[in-house]
Ligand binder design. Sequence first.
Ligand code: IMP
Ligand code: MG
Length: 183
Amino acid sequence: MDIQTPEMYGYEGIKRVLISREEIQNEVKKTGQLLTREYAGKRLLVAGILKGSFVFMADLVREIKIPCEIDFLAAKSYGDGTVSSGTVEITRDIGRDISEYHLVLVEDIIDTGRTLLKIKKLLSEREPLSLSVVALLDKPERRAVEFKADHALFTIPDVFAVGYGLDCGERFRNLPYIAEASL
Ligand code: IMP
Ligand code: MG
């Protein structure tokens, strides 16, 4: 673990670095290699859940060394910004018939698990050839429903994570590392 102080980066609202850029790069590369082997010869669609997954997604697909198609969807989970309430709505859908694809859903973080549980259920009903979930971060301590990602790159404690796509009130998405926000 990286213990650089946030002051080094000049960001107010950051408590400490949780996962450095180098650690992220290593794990993203390994996951890309795994997916490359897993989906070789298959028609692959990688779909990122906006907005939090956009940075991870961009790095991950470049580590997938087989042909694949890209799409995005967006979901809104109602809550006060840091805690999700359980009501999940798809606000931007994948614009195609997924029944011809092996679908890999890419998410930034699994917290209560409600968002992914719901999205996975909705998309399974459209019968993709297969469906798996890749999450950058997992906060298992916070789980409110049973949900397990097929691949989770990092397990983190119950802290609010920002950076590398993740936000707190729309801030910090552009940090190149993952940090703990001081709420
Ligand atoms: P869940 O439905 O509770 O699993 O919530 C998942 C969503 O909540 C994620 O896609 C994030 O948008 C948001 N979220 C949960 N925990 C964090 C965090 O630590 N930092 C930033 N966003 C988070
Ligand atoms: Mg999200």
